[in-house]
Design a protein around this ligand. Structure first.
Ligand code: PMP
Length: 421
């Protein structure tokens, strides 16, 4: 065990940090300006009079609700589906997830007896810790949330299989690779069990949000088992809808969002989307094709992101290790991809750490954001997002976090808590 400085020393260290007048933000997984600069070339494409698609359509005009064939072909490997079972929309995969839920509520999905909103009660399984915007979507539409603990291999499948038999459970969230916020990648066994499991609702849908499919921080490239193939093999071809986007590949606010699923689900989605809009922004799709070109282009761009991001993640984990290693007051993830470090502090201390950090000029994601309804019953988990600030700022921010954790833990111990994770 490494000795923890005395409370008075920690308070002095904290006061010194407060005196530095920092103004840092680690709240959201936003790409930094330097990352956005990697795709600056996109902004001026496709260029004057270049507006014909591969099949000769005029990308400036209406139509093409499924998205350009060449973009669907380019992302077929990422989504794990052939181009005809892919839809390319506008800039936000969250919007596609929202729309799928809204259509399901209003009209049902293939296999529904009635619209989901006509069911007495509906629920989603929510791996926890998870992505706050998934939880917010459920909350805003009155979908109950059933928390499922995460393990290193993905959600605890014994719990998932038990809860999925409840006919009120209509869906489940999953961030299968470099999950937000814990960084876990689902094992093959987890993917197979999700594809195979019995569900109480015949129209159960797995919202497979593969937001971090390409976002490696190391040379290692985990290969996620193909969920669409696994579902088809298990006789549940309509179970999964896969989502992805280029928000953190090209431009976060002006990328391309996509979904892939079974033939029936894609037909269902297009029938509904075709009422909502006459077609997506195909010029942006063409712009992406001209800029990315092929898989090699995508890989090169992602290497550029990795070169900018990996040192920031290292700065966080090394600073935490330096200050907190061996103290027993915290545990943290060392993610191999994605956008977050998950920090576990002693029970009852997470909110206090956020308050202490704010008073030092560091904004952190609110404690509880990792849980449904924003409530972490043990007040224990914090999500750190190191992508946006500059490297030196990330180092300073991690030092603030470490000091605030030590201080909160010691305060808690003085007040009779364990002060240990
Ligand atoms: N899903 C996950 C798991 C995310 O972390 C994010 C971004 N923070 C999104 C979706 C949002 O994606 P998009 O920009 O495509 O709406």
């Amino acid at each position: 065990m490494t000795a923890i400085p005395a409370l008075a020393d920690l308070q002095a260290r904290y006061a010194a940090l407060q005196g530095r007048g920092l103004k840092l933000d680690m709240t959201r997984g936003k790409p930094s300006p330097e990352q956005l600069d990697l795709s600056e070339g996109l902004v001026t494409l496709p260029g004057n009079r270049d507006h014909r698609t591969e099949t000769g359509e005029d990308a400036r005009n209406y139509g093409g609700v499924q998205g350009l064939a060449e973009v669907r072909a380019l992302f077929a490997a990422v989504l794990g589906a052939p181009p005809e079972r892919i839809v390319v929309g506008n800039n936000s995969s969250l919007a596609l997830m929202h729309d799928c839920i809204a259509y399901a509520l209003l009209k049902g999905v293939p296999g529904s007896a009635r619209p989901w909103s006509k069911e007495e009660e509906i629920r989603f399984l929510c791996p926890v810790p998870g992505y706050d915007r998934h939880f917010a979507l459920c909350e805003t539409y009155g979908i109950g949330m059933v928390p499922v603990p995460m393990t290193a291999e993905g959600p605890d499948m014994d719990v998932v299989e038990r809860e999925a038999r409840d006919p009120r459970v209509r869906g489940m969230w999953a961030v299968p690779q470099y999950s937000n916020p814990g960084g876990e990648t689902y094992s093959d066994a987890t993917v197979s069990r999700l594809a195979r499991m019995e569900t109480g609702a015949p129209d159960f849908r797995l919202f497979w949000d593969n937001a971090y499919a390409l976002h490696h921080l190391t040379e290692r490239r985990p290969v996620l088992r193909n969920i669409l193939e696994a579902c088809a093999e298990a006789g549940n071809p309509d179970r999964a809808i896969v989502f992805a986007s280029t928000s953190k590949v090209t431009l976060a606010g002006a990328g391309l969002a996509m979904l892939a699923s079974s033939e029936a689900n894609v037909r269902w989605y297009l029938a509904n989307a075709g009422k909502r809009s006459i077609g997506p922004d195909k010029l942006n799709q063409l712009r992406h094709i001209r800029f990315l070109r092929d898989q090699t282009g995508i890989d090169a761009l992602m290497d550029g992101h990795r070169r900018l991001l990996a040192p920031k993640f290292r700065a966080v984990t090394e600073t935490l290790a330096r200050h907190l290693g061996g103290t027993g007051v915290a545990r943290w993830s060392e993610p191999e991809g994605g956008y977050f470090v998950l920090l576990e502090v002693p029970e009852g201390c997470a909110t206090r750490v956020v308050t202490l950090a704010a008073a030092c000029g560091l904004a952190l994601t609110p404690a509880g954001a990792t849980h449904p309804y924003g409530r972490d019953p043990q007040d224990r988990l914090l999500r750190l997002a190191p992508s946006y600030p500059k490297l030196a700022e990330v180092e300073a921010a991690a030092e603030v976090v470490a000091t605030c954790v030590l201080l909160a833990a010691e305060e808690s111990r003085e007040a009779g808590g364990s002060g240990r994770v």
